[in-house]
Design a protein around this ligand. Structure first.
Ligand code: GLY
Length: 258
């Protein structure tokens, strides 16, 4: 019998005043409204707290415009924090604050060059880590994760992705064998043993959902996908994510939960 592991902490980092300078491929990145992003982030934090997570809230750093996207900076697996090496130079220094905080809780290991890895490319399902090989994460980054985790009983599976930032931009796990994904970005046969929700083309952004204590947090404004999730009997919470979407960010990007 497997024991339910209850997540208790979420590391979040405040939105910096420099947020408009974040890395983004979204056409209208100039239109990011930082005040609105700060408000949306506050509601995100309130939601995690209301679901029983203890927030560890790090200060923003204005020299790091993407610093609110904590997910990319670390993988937490059991008693180990693997500090990543983000695949874009402007984000590498974001790891410093996360390492300082997590070394209070966990053993620390690091991904180093020539390996690169963004946490948004890592989808953990039970004892398997699916790792997106992307513009940010390379095979060497994945190999370094494998060298640390395979001796601990984990399986590592590469997923070649295309035309999107991260694996989890287009695919997340809802628990109980259920995956939600957008088609056309990777070979979905890798998930052949899973039940799937395929998001409609016009709602692809909703393939990134965040599950906290059996509630599914989804971005606001995706009614078809919301109904598909609810049909599975899963309770849904909607959050406005408009400003983070413009920054190529999504719900999972904004926290590290452990
Ligand atoms: N703006 C998020 C990223 O590019 O990593």
């Amino acid at each position: 019998m497997t024991k339910d592991i209850i997540d208790t902490f979420a590391i979040v980092r405040d939105v910096p005043e420099s947020f408009r300078q974040c890395v983004s491929t979204y056409n209208t990145s100039d239109d990011i409204d930082t005040d609105r992003a700060i408000l949306q982030h506050q509601l995100y934090c309130n939601t995690l707290s209301s679901l029983g997570l203890n927030l560890i809230r790090l200060d923003a750093d204005d020299s790091l415009p993407d610093c609110c996207f904590t997910e990319d900076t670390v993988l937490i697996i059991d008693d180990l924090a693997i500090i990543t090496n983000p695949g874009i130079q402007s984000r590498v220094a974001e790891t410093v604050a996360l390492e300082k905080t997590l070394s209070l809780f966990k053993d620390v290991s690091r991904i180093s060059l020539p390996g690169t890895l963004d946490g948004g490319d890592v989808l953990k399902i039970e004892k398997t880590l699916y790792i997106g090989i992307s513009s940010r994460t390379n095979a060497e980054g994945m190999r370094q994760v494998a060298s640390v985790l395979e001796p601990r009983g984990y399986w590592i599976k590469p997923v070649e992705i295309r035309n999107t930032l991260h694996l989890k931009s287009v695919c997340t796990y809802l628990g109980n064998g259920l995956i939600i994904l957008a088609e056309g970005y990777f070979d979905v046969n890798i998930f052949s043993g899973f039940e799937k929700i395929i998001v409609p083309k016009e709602e692809e952004y909703c393939a990134n959902c965040l599950v906290v204590h059996k509630r599914v947090i989804i971005p606001k404004g995706f009614p078809i996908t919301k109904a598909l999730i609810e049909e599975k009997g899963l309770p849904v919470i909607e959050l406005e994510m408009s400003e983070f979407r413009k920054a190529d960010g999504a719900l999972t990007c904004l926290s590290v939960i452990f």
